[in-house]
Ligand binder design. Sequence first.
Ligand code: PDD
Length: 300
Amino acid sequence: MFNALSKVWAVALMNTDIVYLNGRYLPANEAQVSVFDRGFLFADSVYEVIPYYQGVGFRLQQHLDRLAYSLRAIRIAADDDWRSILDGLVERNGGGNLSVYLQISRGSAGSRTHAYDQSMTPTVFACCSPIKDIYALGADQVKGYTVIVSADLRWHRCDIKSTGLLPNILVLQQAREAGADEALLVRDGLLSEGTSCNLFVVRQGVIYTPKRSSEILGGTTRELILELAAEAGIPFQEVDIRPEELANADEVWVSSSTRGVIPVIEIDGTPVADGQKGPLWQQMFALFTRFQHRLMTGEK
Ligand code: PDD
C-alpha cells in the first residue's frame, strides 16, 4: 500500500515539473506535441544537454554555439533566444543543480512524408532534471567506470548532436547488461568516443584524444579538458587511437557535460594499469573543480 502510494506521489511530483514548449512554460503533463512531429517520426531533430550549477549555466555559450552548428548542419532555421528560454526554465524549476535538455525538431507537416518543406515551424522543447554537483562532491566520490569496447554503428555525421541515438542506446544497453557503465566505440580500427562521452588516453604524462572529425561529437567538456591541460602545461595530442593501445594506457578517461571527467578503471574485464583512478585524472579533476569555482564566484 505504502509502496503503491509513493509511486503515485513520484509520478505526481515528476508531473509538476515545468517544461518549455514552443514559447510557453507549462507543467510536463500538459505539454503536447503532434504525432506527426518529425522529431518523433524521423528523429529529425537536434539537442543539447547543459548542466546548471546553483542556477548558472556551465559552458552555456559553448553549448549554444554547438546547437547553432547542429541546426545549420540539418538546415533548421531557428535562432530563438535560447539563453533566456533556458534561464527562465531553470528559474521556474527552483534553480539549484539541474541538467537542462533542449531539443529542436523540424516540426510537423500534419502527415508523414519524408521530404520536408523549409517553411515548417520548428518544435522547441526544454525540460530539466536534478543532477549532483560532481565538483562539490570531491574526487573521492567519483566512481571509476568499467567499460566494454564495441562496434561504432552510427552514421558519419556524429559531429551533429542529433536525437537519432538508436546505435548509442543499443550499445549502452549491451554494456549495462554486461555489468559495465559505458562502451567505447570502434570504427575502421580506430576508437571514436563513448556512447555519450568523449575519450582520453594517458600515456607517460601525455593526454591523447581522438581528433575532431565528423566521426565524433565535438564535446564541450573535451574542449575544456584541452583548455585546462594547455593552461596547466600538461601535454596533449589529438590523434588516431587504436583499441590495442588501450592495453598500454596509464590512464583512460571519458568526459561529458553532466558527468565531467570520469576515470575508466576497467576495460572488457581487464584493469587499466593498476585499476585505480590515476594521478593525472586527479589533477584534471582538481583543475575542473577550480574552474567551476571561479565560474560560480565570478573570480578571475
Ligand atoms: N552527451 N559524445 C557523445 C556521443 C555525446 O552524446 C556527448 C554528450 C559527448 C560529450 O559532449 P559534452 O561534453 O558537450 O557533454 C560526446 C550528452 C550529455 C547526452 O547525450 O546526454
